[in-house]
Design a protein around this ligand. Structure first.
Ligand SMILES: [Zn+2]
Length: 390
């Protein structure tokens, strides 16, 4: 049995506020942890000692909405590219993620699901893939964002069945204002898939109805949805006020203003916010102008943090999870003791993997991230093994 002992760490657990202490992993799991100095006997029986130097030990990040990076995209349906993306995630503290599709035709989507699903259960020097998030194609063209309007369509249960049978679908974003799409919500809910309202022009009443059809979250709150007004609160008003909705949010300070992040925190609290990156193909690349195989171009600037089309339009997010957590914690005016759940446990709950990962608790998998005071990732540990170290 492989035993790793992490010493001198500030540990964040669900039960209480953070404390300085130690954590022991045995095999793939968290065997024990405690305050202050570690018992000498444990020290002697450990195979590996890691000195966390007083830094933060958090559950590994879980990103349930991310498309690609380093020039690669989930839609490429290329195993080598999936590995490249998954390694990039591990270097940013992510231990589990959902490769996320974009609105496309049936065959293209099926290929992407099949390819990503091949990695479910695989372990190596990369973040774990728990399954796929289908972002589309059952959206509202009125709120398409960067999604391809030509392929946006109403849900078709035959196609839903094909998607489900192609691999491991963990989550789907759907616009709930159409009856066919509500039926798809019922269908995916009954298959244990997490159903989220996204790219939607729904009114408040539609969002109340969607709760009856298994919708339990809102995809990238504020982006790609009807906004709040006092007479028609829209998707934003429903998401913020209906307790049963959790929210994804992109905290890059570009896709959502600092004050909007603060509002989300005030309305939803520490257990209903899941930070996502929504990274797309150019994220992680150095500043410059890039040409893609399909003839399109994009421009990366501001030290890799801004992605634009040559026209100047924002092309998507280049956020990483540790920066998202840093921004959100600051914008919420909260402590890391309150916000850590937003980068791990809340997402784990949404996709039904919280029984095995997402928090530091005895018996859960040792999926961990060590962050320094500035939220830089120092180490990523997956099932007890160090996958990334800086
Ligand atoms: Zn989107």
């Amino acid at each position: 049995m492989n035993k790793t002992l992490i010493l001198n760490a500030r540990i964040f657990t669900p039960g209480r506020s953070s404390f300085m202490g130690w954590l022991l992993t045995e095999d793939k799991k968290i065997a024990d942890f405690g305050e202050n100095d570690v018992p000498e006997t444990l020290k002697q029986s450990a195979d590996e000692l890691i000195d966390a130097q007083g830094q933060n030990l958090l559950p590994g990040f879980i990103d349930i909405h991310t498309h690609g990076c380093l020039g690669c995209c989930t839609m490429d349906a290329d195993p080598e590219k999936i590995l490249k993306i998954a390694s990039f995630h591990a270097a940013h503290g992510v231990t589990t993620y959902l490769p996320t599709t974009m609105t496309a035709g049936t065959e293209t989507t099926l290929r992407a699901i099949r390819c990503a699903s091949e990695f479910v259960g695989k372990r190596g020097d990369f973040a774990k893939i728990a399954g796929v998030h289908l972002e589309g194609p059952y959206f509202s063209a009125a709120k398409c964002g960067a999604q391809d309007t030509a392929n946006i369509r109403r849900a078709d249960l035959k196609e839903c069945r094909q998607f489900l049978d192609a691999g491991v679908v963990k989550r789907i974003s759907i616009a709930p204002e159409f009856p066919e799409n509500l039926a798809a919500g019922d269908f995916f809910l009954s298959a244990g898939v997490s159903v989220s309202a996204g790219h939607t022009n729904a009114v408040y009443a539609d969002m109340v109805e969607a709760l009856n059809h298994g919708f339990r979250s809102v995809t990238h709150l504020f982006n790609g949805m009807s906004g709040f007004t006092h007479r028609e609160p829209g998707v934003v008003g429903a998401a913020l006020t209906l307790e049963d909705y959790a929210v994804e949010i992109i905290c890059d300070n570009i896709h959502s203003h600092k004050a909007a992040q603060n509002l989300a925190w005030r309305a939803k609290g520490p257990e209903k916010v899941a930070l996502i990156t929504d990274q797309i193909r150019p994220s992680g690349l150095a500043d410059g102008r890039y040409h893609q195989a399909d003839g399109s171009e994009f421009v990366v600037s501001h030290n890799g943090t801004e992605l634009r089309l040559p026209s100047g339009v924002l092309a998507g997010s280049a956020l990483t999870m540790e920066r998202g957590l840093r921004n959100f914690t600051a914008n919420a005016g909260a402590m890391l003791e309150e916000t850590w759940r937003c980068s791990s446990l809340n997402a784990a709950r949404l996709i039904g993997i919280d029984h095995e990962t997402g928090s530091i608790e005895k018996g859960k998998l040792a999926d961990l991230t060590i962050l320094d005071e500035e939220f830089n990732v120092k180490r990523t540990i997956i099932e007890g093994n160090t996958i990334y170290k800086k």
